[in-house]
Structures are given as C-alpha cells and as structure tokens.
Design a protein around this ligand. Sequence first.
Ligand SMILES: Nc1ncnc2c1ncn2[C@@H]1O[C@H](COP(=O)(O)OP(=O)(O)OP(=O)(O)O)[C@@H](O)[C@H]1O
Length: 274
Amino acid sequence: MNRWPPTTTLALQARGLNADLGGRPVLHGIDLALPAGRWTSIVGPNGAGKSTLLRALADLLPHQGTVELQGRRLADWPARERGQRLAWLGQSEHAADDLLVWDVAMLGRLPHRGWLAAPDARDHAAVEQALRCTQAWDWRHRSLGQLSGGERQRVLLARALAVQAPVLLMDEPLANLDPPHQADWLTTVRTLVRLGHTVISVLHEVSMALQADDVVVMAAGRVLHHGAAAQPETQRCLERVFDHRLAIHALQGQWVALPVLTPFESHLRDPHAD
Ligand SMILES: Nc1ncnc2c1ncn2[C@@H]1O[C@H](COP(=O)(O)OP(=O)(O)OP(=O)(O)O)[C@@H](O)[C@H]1O
C-alpha cells in the first residue's frame, strides 16, 4: 500500500504563512509541506485564498511566516538562482501585446542569462522546445496581441516551461484552453513529474485536479486537507468543501467530479408569468 505523506524531499515548505490583502487577513497561519517530484493541485471555493497562497509561495506577495524552496528560505536564495529554480505562470497574466511570441517565451530564460548577454544556443533550444510543447511554435513571429485567449495562454505556459525550473507554480493554467490543449497540458505535467520536476497548480476543474498526485483543499484562507488525490478522505473533503454540490465518481480508471443538481426555486423570473 502507498504511504502518505510520501517520504521524500520537499520542494516547498510554508510555515505559519499569513497574508493580508486590502488590510484584510486572507491567509491564516498556513503550514504546508509540498513534496518534490510530485504534482499537487490546490482546490477550493472562490475566494478561499488559493491564488494568494500560490503568490505567497512564489514570494510575489508580502507575507508573514516562512517559505523554503528546496530547503532554503526564499529570501536567502540569490535572485537569479531562485529564478532558475522556481517558474511561475500567473492567472490572467498581462504581457505587452506588441511583444513577439518568441520574445515572450525567451523571457523565461532571463534567470539563466548574464547581464545584457545575448541568448545562447541553450536558450534558443529551451524556447523552441517550450513553444513546440505548447504548439505555439508556428506563431513565433506573431505578436501576443494577435492571439486568442487560449493561444495567448499557451505562449505564457511556454514561457514558464522555458525556464526549465525544477519547481513550477501555475495559477489556473487551463484558463481558455480547449479540451485537446487541456489534455496536452496534462501530458506535459505528467512528463515533467516523471522527469523529477515538481508542479503545483491552482485548478478550478475538480476532475482535472483529481488527476494530480496530491490535492490541497482550502477554504477561508486555511488548508482543510492535504492528501493523495485517490484517498477517500481527500475526495470526501472536496465534496464537503463544495457543499456536496459535486460528487466524485470512478470512471474508466479516473476520478471525475460531477455536479449534483438540487431542485431550487429559480432566481430567474419568467417574464411571461402573471
Ligand atoms: N486586492 C485585493 N484586495 C482585497 N481583497 C482581495 C484582493 N484580492 C483578493 N482579495 C480577497 O482575498 C480573498 C482570497 O482571494 P484569492 O484570489 O486568493 O482566492 P481564490 O481562492 O484564488 O479565488 P478564485 O477561486 O475566485 O480565483 C478573497 O476573499 C478575495 O476577495
């Protein structure tokens, strides 16, 4: 039987993490140990604090408490080394519309390049591999502003992949992606994990989140549960945190979350009534 938590090294560890937004506490003393070489999904209702937690883990947000990346406090890593080890894909990221797709992906190589140094062959190879992986290679000469929402998301994903970091944090990476590209993303994540990378993603699609090795369930700025996706305790916690408005079923060797419909009086009024 598989034991959980797995006895492995940690990619990221948070201790006593608190964060405020707009003067309001949003994260409340979060302790979290995220194992290396696994894919962890962070799931919870709207406003639970998932994005805030991810941003705090990436040190993109002022916070109290400590975060360690590969056993060393974030603040103690030289910026460049940290940038090589921790890649980030944010939610609805803004990037300059006039930048070419190639140049956006090349931004992922900045932590690997010397000050004002031109990209070398390794940078070119990493960018090409990332753009091909997200099937954005054919648009490399187009500007970001000429792309649809999903195409743009694939370029931003390529930028994160081009870093070739051992740890990847992704907030809503599936936003705007059609089903084939969601499936491609899944394949990419599985491949990265097989190669020893750590992936931590915030996902709204619970069925997709259940494909991960582990799931962190959040509500109201706290971690309610952290366990293997296949564990019954994890799945019951997910059903609970969404007020039993979804039910998790086994289907063809995968876990799927289906909506639970309850009869309720509609807030929509029939304009022809009366
Ligand atoms: N700039 C801000 N100022 C004040 N409060 C904020 C700000 N940004 C977010 N919040 C609040 O912080 C809480 C956590 O937000 P966060 O975006 O981390 O939640 P989330 O779990 O990622 O939500 P969602 O599933 O809707 O993306 C929410 O209650 C939200 O209203």
